[in-house]
Design a protein around this ligand. Structure first.
Ligand code: ATP
Ligand code: MG
Length: 355
């Protein structure tokens, strides 16, 4: 049973990387299989508790961005994570499945915790287990995300594999498994949780910071000049692209010429992703040109693509009733899928059911 699950954290401003690497790629999937898109607010408290109103607003804004980008509540389940308790319940069980050694290898924790690891929250450390629970509470098979989430998705597969193996006899005895679609000696014949396929593809799997071509564009980057926010107006977008770090050379006419030029590579990649063309197409057009020519063209393209979405996001967030109603219906539909999964899991574990 194929099913898509993905999400964005309501921390700070949604940016072009979130849009090109994730949300825009979700839209066509809605016509291919069942899709669930979550605003992962429980993850938004791992790096410190935001202001109450800020978290509420950011949750609505991420929802507005989904809708403005073309996620259709008639086709997809859209909800915020904290409203479906099965996520945190399953995460606890996964805390007891995953090994310390696995989590110690997670590079995002090292980056986000910085130098002072002793003072990072336990939640930030355990975050990948909650992400695995987000996906597996729906037994989702496909997860479209940016390249930075690759390691977390591998962990999700490791957790699913260990659960399936450790409880193989119980899964069989209770008759709750499904036949493994790709039999292998490492896994039992019947699985409870699927081994999720990451969907990391296209020209924009990793959009880089406009200030530093070796760092990914992030909501949590302290510098607002490092990213193009979906809510930026035309002047702000033009200013940020004008100020974007580049080298002094003209653009090459072949993609090989972008090697060792991370900032140039990033801007060409953004142009390609926004226009639906390849980097080579763009270099065919702009090869030999200076950034003084390329940057204004990129600004115009970005403004053209983003302005209609920005307007729609403004309209939706001005009167949040519509958003809240969509999230409420979504949470009900999501619960209807996750509740029976957790019922099975409690049985598999052996929790005494007295209710
Ligand atoms: P934070 O800094 O708070 O972690 P973020 O920008 O990394 O914010 P997330 O909510 O963690 O955003 O990620 C949402 C989705 O956007 C994920 O699928 C992630 O892989 C994708 N994504 C994030 N940054 C980029 C980027 N720079 N390029 C492409 N995809 C990205
Ligand atoms: Mg992130």
């Amino acid at each position: 049973q194929p099913r898509v699950f993905s999400g964005v954290q309501p921390t700070g401003n949604l940016h072009l990387g979130n849009y090109l690497g994730a949300v825009s790629r979700w839209v066509p999937l809605q016509d291919q299989m069942p899709t669930i898109f979550c605003v992962v607010d429980s993850h938004a408290i791992t790096a410190g508790f935001p202001d109450r109103a800020e978290l509420v607003n950011a949750t609505r804004e991420v929802t507005a961005a989904y809708l403005a980008a073309g996620i259709d509540p008639a086709k997809s389940i859209i909800f915020n994570q904290s409203q479906v308790r099965e996520h945190t319940e399953l995460a606890w069980i996964f805390n007891c499945v995953a090994r310390m050694g696995w989590l110690n290898r997670m590079t995002q924790f090292k980056e986000k915790a910085g130098k002072n690891k002793e003072n990072a929250s336990v939640g930030l450390f355990a975050y990948p287990n909650l992400m695995a629970a987000d996906i597996l509470a729906y037994r989702a098979t496909h997860v479209p995300v940016g390249d930075d989430q690759k390691q977390h998705l591998e962990l999700t597969r490791d957790i699913a594999a260990k659960f399936n193996n450790d409880f193989a006899d119980r899964i069989k005895e209770l008759g709750v498994g499904v036949p493994n679609p790709t039999p292998s000696p490492e896994l039992p014949e019947e699985l409870y949780f699927p081994l999720t396929e990451p969907m990391i593809a296209g020209p924009a799997t990793r959009i880089m910071s406009l200030r530093d071509g070796t760092k990914k564009m992030s909501k949590s980057d302290a510098s607002d000049l490092s990213r193009i926010n979906l809510k930026d107006d035309a002047d702000t977008i033009a200013k940020k692209i004008r100020k974007a770090k580049t080298d002094p050379d003209a653009l090459p006419s072949e993609t090989d010429g972008l090697e060792g030029r991370p900032e140039a590579d990033n801007l060409v990649g953004i142009y390609a992703a926004l226009s639906g063309k390849t980097k080579q197409d763009i270099l065919g057009e702009y090869g030999g040109q200076q950034f003084s020519v390329f940057k204004p063209a990129l600004s115009d393209l970005a403004v053209d693509k983003l302005a209609p979405m920005t307007d729609e996001m403004r309209r939706l967030t001005a009167e949040p009733g519509e958003i809240d109603a969509i999230l409420k219906t979504g949470a009900e539909k999501a619960s209807a899928i996750a509740e029976p999964v957790l019922k099975d899991v409690r049985k598999i574990i052996g929790f005494l059911d007295v209710r």
